[in-house]
Write a protein that binds this ligand. Structure first.
Ligand code: SF4
Length: 357
């Protein structure tokens, strides 16, 4: 995409974001690029004429998310037939490829351009994740882990890591604009090339940010160095004591089929160590129920593990087969788990969090 084409004075732009925090930060970065080129944000409520540019950042984590993204593009195309629409993100756009005035660019093209533009900071734009005093800091993007159920590595296999120098500069700008907290965000921060604990330490030392929190933190990022940061009195209160660690299952058989890079024993060891060493720790997680071949016995292992750990927040996802993934192939070959059973398993997992709240 040639950004010089976007250059104009007092023109307006609208962004529509779907999906995760990483998409939200990228949408903000795009907004910053346009603001730097003298565009102003379009107000959907007060303005009558069409915006000059629309950017849609799509999601495909589930079938529903993908459908919503594509429907939104069709809606705006119908409402403003002459509007220039730029579409990016993870959705499969083949169904709308021929719409006039709609241009597509891949996640990789988006990443490379944003990296080149170094547009990491946007004070003007708010989104559903980032309110006035919480700044979303995207430190990483892309994933090559290929968990068997996940479509993300097919859509975002270009790895990006924000350098500590740029991270420090960005956080200092955010502080100047009144932000008190940064939320560390990435697609898979286990693939952050400069080391997560190293970056956190630098942010604590080189900025005066009041609180650093984490969107979602992979189990393998919970290292000795990471826990050590909490044990230093000068850092302890500036680090969030809520950690969302997605474990997905408590059955080794299912974890292996999912291609998750740990076992149940690793989960217990790492999380129990956190509980021991980080005072007043609260934990969250993601669990997939009904992964193909999940038996009652597998499910019980997950259920008991959730009880044992005591998560205060659990996002439960019934398995959703995504085209092109290994799990979809396993799904097609294995007996189906009934909707009732999926519902029952989801409820049981959710109920474990009530015990700890
Ligand atoms: S770590 Fe696994 S679940 Fe997370 S984005 Fe990568 S492949 Fe998907």
């Amino acid at each position: 995409m040639n950004t010089s084409k976007l250059k104009s004075k007092s023109k307006t732009f609208l962004t529509v974001n779907f999906g995760c925090r990483v998409n939200a930060t990228e949408t903000n970065q795009w907004s910053q690029v346009l603001i730097d080129q003298s565009y102003t944000p379009y107000n959907l409520i007060t303005e009558i004429k069409s915006p000059d540019i629309l950017l849609v950042n799509t999601c495909s984590i589930t079938k529903k998310a993908e459908k919503e993204s594509l429907n939104k593009i069709k809606f705006f195309h119908h409402k403003y037939p002459n509007l220039k629409i730029y579409v990016t993100g993870c959705a499969n756009v083949s169904k709308i490829k021929n719409l006039e005035h709609v241009s597509f660019f891949t996640n990789q093209e988006k990443e490379k351009l944003l990296k080149k533009l170094k547009s990491y900071y946007t004070p003007e734009i708010k989104d559903k994740f980032s309110h006035t005093n919480r700044f979303l800091l995207k430190i990483q993007s892309g994933c090559t882990q290929f968990c068997s159920y996940c479509i993300v590595p097919f859509k975002r296999n270009y790895l990006f890591s924000l350098s500590p120098t740029d991270a420090i500069k960005t956080v200092n700008k955010a502080i100047k604009n009144g932000y008190k907290e940064v939320v560390i965000t990435g697609v898979n921060i286990d693939e952050y090339q400069y080391g997560l604990s190293n970056l956190i330490k630098l942010l604590l030392e080189k900025t005066e940010i009041k609180l650093i929190s984490f969107g979602s933190i992979p189990l393998n990022c919970i290292s000795k160095n990471f826990i050590n940061l909490y044990q230093q009195p000068k850092y302890n209160q500036r680090l969030s004591h809520f950690l969302h660690i997605p474990i997905q299952s408590g059955s080794d058989k299912i974890l292996k089929l999912m291609n998750r890079p740990y076992t149940k024993k690793d989960i217990i060891n790492k999380i129990e160590n956190c509980k021991l060493k980080i005072e007043n720790l609260k934990l969250g997680t993601d669990i997939i129920v009904g992964f193909p071949t999940e038996t009652d016995n597998d499910f019980q292992k997950t259920f008991k593990l959730c009880q044992q750990i005591g998560f205060s927040k659990i996002h439960v996802f019934p398995f959703s087969p995504r085209p092109g993934t290994k799990a979809r192939i396993i799904f097609e070959k294995s007996p189906k788990i009934s909707k009732e059973k999926l519902k029952e398993r989801s409820q049981k997992i959710r109920a474990t969090q009530l015990l700890t709240n």
